[in-house]
Ligand binder design. Structure first.
Ligand code: ZN
Length: 459
């Protein structure tokens, strides 16, 4: 930050010297982080030592212990687990095969969508009805769907801002209910994947009050094969799916602090859980490494901040966002002291835009942060964005949020799939993210004025 800019911020930063100190600390943080492989180390140990960590699974319990150890080793204080009760859903085996007259049935690579009901031991064999969108499914009559297997053949294209995924995810989330209401026997969707490979991608679904039918996602290669056969005159598919819901599990999410001089809190969140079929390097090993790396860098390279910087590694972002609600409930009495929240859940691609949701009084802070982030070429983004699913309950209760938007052009190649492995990480991008989150957290924690409160919204 230059003194000239401070003239604009004269009310909040009256002394040029303070700004220079802030400037020097931010530069030091950014330089130290650029040289530090800690974030790569952290995500590597999470993937290699823990691996898949689906909420409620043994892998997740292992991740909690891993997180407590790593946060302690990073020097954070007040490292502890807080209780949460998680659901337990297991997929068992997912088998989809396509009947082809000339050969034996062709197996199609598929994964149950999270929360899907299973089939009985014989499975379901039915004719396929193909549509290209959720809207097309809505236009079909019950007679066209009843007893058949719906196939939604909608391909997504890459986008830096994830807009193509955001536009398409209702196919995964809500089409199972739509097909169930029309009497379908089961539903297959083309995975929300931007990779042309044979790896299926899972995710969540919402049956609402519709009849529950088995729901699976096909790899792009499998979807191409099925699509070709259906269009050539029709296809019959057999599905055997062994999913089950087990009882609730008493579990935890993890909290740790860089202690400040006051009881106000700047929160950095990421989710510790992953889907069951993936080691979760990008989703959300990268986020865990970004927020932990940012807090650790501040601890090592900056003076004790004015406000506490808190890291929360949430439980169960993927299968119900239960950890997000649990944290907001457990800390309801101190949410008024949470001055800002940020979440990292977009992989390791570099930040290219800063979204935010700040009251007007927070605008000088946003401008100062954009100034601090100039070396990274980060543009100002939406002023009505920035919340992710784990910090949404805080935002709804008035906590301002920042959303550094990462380049997600290649994120959906691997998202929620077995392909989300370490080789996919953008290592330079990961360090840039750590620097961005550390800069934002440090500046917010030491901002001389208030960042204000958002108007609370009802759920
Ligand atoms: Zn995620």
């Amino acid at each position: 930050m230059k003194c000239l800019h401070l003239l604009l911020l004269a009310v909040l930063l009256p002394v040029c010297g303070q700004g220079q100190a802030a400037d020097a600390t931010l530069q030091k943080l950014q330089a130290k982080i650029a040289d530090d492989p800690y974030s790569e180390y952290l995500v590597t140990t999470l993937v290699n030592e823990v691996g898949p960590r689906f909420a409620g699974s043994d892998g997740y319990e292992h991740a909690v212990i891993w997180a407590l150890q790593k946060l302690q080793a990073a020097g954070l204080k007040n490292v502890h687990a807080e209780p949460v009760i998680l659901p337990r859903w297991v997929r068992g085996r997912s088998e989809v095969s396509l009947e082809v007259s000339s050969v034996d049935n062709v197996p199609l690579a598929a994964a149950a969508i999270g929360g899907s009901v299973g089939t009985d031991a014989q499975g379901i064999e039915a004719e396929v009805v193909r549509v290209e969108s959720l809207d097309q499914l809505r236009q079909l009559t019950t007679a066209q769907v009843r007893g058949r297997i719906v196939f939604i053949d909608q391909r997504i294209q890459p986008s830096r801002d994830a807009s193509t995924y955001v536009a398409a995810y209702p196919v995964r989330k809500y089409a199972p209910a739509e097909a169930g209401r029309k009497g379908a026997a089961a539903i297959l969707i083309r995975s929300l994947s931007t990779a042309q490979d044979d790896v299926p991608h899972t995710g969540d679904l919402d049956y609402g009050d519709a009849p529950k039918i088995p729901a699976l996602a096909l790899s792009n290669v499998a979807a191409d094969r099925l699509s070709a056969v259906v269009r050539a005159g029709g296809a019959t598919v057999t599905i055997k799916l062994d999913t089950r819901e087990l009882g609730a599990v008493y579990s935890a999410y993890v909290v740790a602090d860089v202690p400040g001089q006051t009881d106000e809190i700047v929160l950095l969140g990421a989710h510790l859980d992953s889907w069951d079929i993936t080691p979760g390097a990008e989703d959300d090993g990268a986020g865990v490494a970004i927020v932990t790396g940012a807090a650790r860098a501040i601890l090592r390279h900056a003076k004790k901040p004015k406000r506490t910087i808190r890291v929360v590694l949430y439980a169960d972002e993927e299968f119900g966002e239960i950890g997000a609600r649990a944290y907001a409930d457990a800390h309801a009495a101190e949410l008024g002291r949470h001055v800002l929240a940020m979440e990292a859940d977009g992989g390791s691609g570099p930040v290219w835009r800063l979204d935010s949701k700040l009251p007007d009084v927070g605008a000088p802070f946003r401008l100062a942060l954009l100034d601090a982030l100039k070396p990274f070429g980060i543009a100002d983004g939406s002023h009505d964005g920035g919340g992710g699913s784990d910090i949404k309950p805080l935002m709804m209760q008035g906590v301002p949020v920042l959303g550094p938007r990462q380049d997600m052009s290649r994120y959906f190649d691997v998202h929620h799939s077995a392909a989300d492995t370490l080789d996919h990480l953008d290592r330079a991008g990961l360090r840039q993210n750590v620097a961005v989150y550390a800069s934002a957290a440090w500046l917010a924690a030491n901002w001389p004025g208030s960042l204000g409160r958002l108007p609370p919204t009802m759920p």
